[in-house]
Design a protein around this ligand. Sequence first.
Ligand code: HEM
Length: 516
Amino acid sequence: MTYEDHAYQGGLVPPPGCPAHRAGGGPAGGELLRLFGPEAEADPAGFYEKLRAEHGEVAPVLLHGDLPAWLVLGYSANLTAMRTPSRFSRDSRRWTEFQQGRVAPDSPVLPVIAWQPTCSFVDGEEHRRLRTAVTDGLNRFDRRGMRRFVTRFSDQLIAGFGDHGRVDLVSQFAEHLPMLVMTQLLGMPEEYGPRLVEAARDLVKGTETAVASNEYVVESLRRTVERKRSEPGQDLITWLIEHPSGLNEEEVLEHLRSVLLAANETTINLISETLKMVLTDSRFRAHLSGGQMTLPDALDQVLWDSPPFMLVPGRWATGDTELGGRAIKAGDMLLLGVAAGNADPAVRPDLDTPLFGNRSHLAFGSGPHECPGQEIGRAIAESGIDILLTRLPDLQLSVEEHELVWRGNWMSRHLTELPARFTPRSELHPQQRAASAVAGAGVAGGTGTGTGALVSTPSAAPGAPGAPGAPTAPGAQGATVPGPRSAVRPPLPPAPPVVPPQRRGWWSTLLARLRG
Ligand code: HEM
């Protein structure tokens, strides 16, 4: 047995025929770089530059389980991959590694790469059918209506810490706002918001209870979808159900789940990073107060320098082809290096030059799959930060910048905390403070004010799933919301249990889709 046979069987290097082997050698010493683990995750920007210096526009890398893939580093090569679906498909079932059974059933790449019946995983006519249903719905929200929602929830959150003089802007603001707004756009009962915030946080952190949290999200959506069938409203769930594209039940649910989670995760990152920049970067502080750089400009600078998705997995080659001088084989996987492309010296020779509203970054993708929710993500981030800075004008970082910590994975990285201080404000409306205290504690039960013009106040039909008296899942915990309005509100789905149920159910669903 040669060294290579031995190493392959022991999982050290990829099998013959993989992109890595065809790449003409790995970095110095012949060792291919892994896209996961301490080196890549501690300093992704440095890692990408190392790869760019070694390989140019497209680099061979290893994913978890040492699965081979191409990381697209060049700005122009990324655009080509994004805009040429005839060569680079979104259908993950084409991946050679799947077809040859080399992806372990518990691989951490599966939740994002395993094929799902959504617009993100299809091309051509089927993509148009599914995507139109989503975009037609999203386009019905206007910016002023969005701002009303964002103002209401931002004020609630600020009221929860306004008289303390201290706040962690990540855990007390950024991690709540997008989900609270998104549940309203979807037409979900307001009571679901705080628990969904907790479930989404748990999912992203990948803790033991992640599977249960995923089930909680799906169950909340399922119940709301069932109710919207008999009680339509002015909301995304109703518009998806009624759309002429004729989405089936699974397609409706899968789109809602992926929209809710993708919108939440990315917008949290955008808010956190922009707040960090506003509070730490003297250029922005000066520009913002001097009126030279607007908040939208600051958001774009962040979308260039710290895009919420550092990379997007992925695209799969439809046939043998070429990209950035590399021979790509049919079925190879490409990872779109959004952060690396944004920092490509070919388009940005000096990364310190401010971009003043230049929106040609890759943060929202490009081509047929370009993010259809970008205006909503921007509106939540921009209005939320604007309201925060208006209410707390002397907000400043309460630690040294070098003390800030990020946690990361192969796709994105997140600020863990953004501690800030400000002059306490006691004049906030007591009703707002009470509402926020409930939301901040992650306990179900909102004010039920429902003042947003875009969403009807939900109420469940007697006997309808999710209505009072409807059956709850076995083991449901703390399902109903006490309070004056609980009589007309649906009970919450069971809260995520502390100990996750069998993993098998979720994984086997994923695997079934893969095989299908
Ligand atoms: C700052 C916030 C956001 C960022 C940075 C972002 C980023 C992205 C990126 C890079 C893609 C393209 C993936 C690809 O090319 O394969 C994408 C797709 C998508 N995004 Fe966003 N997103 C954001 C917010 C949102 C929001 C708020 C929504 C919904 C309200 C949303 C819904 C979607 C959907 C449905 C797709 C799939 C489109 C398709 O495949 O045709 N996103 N997003």
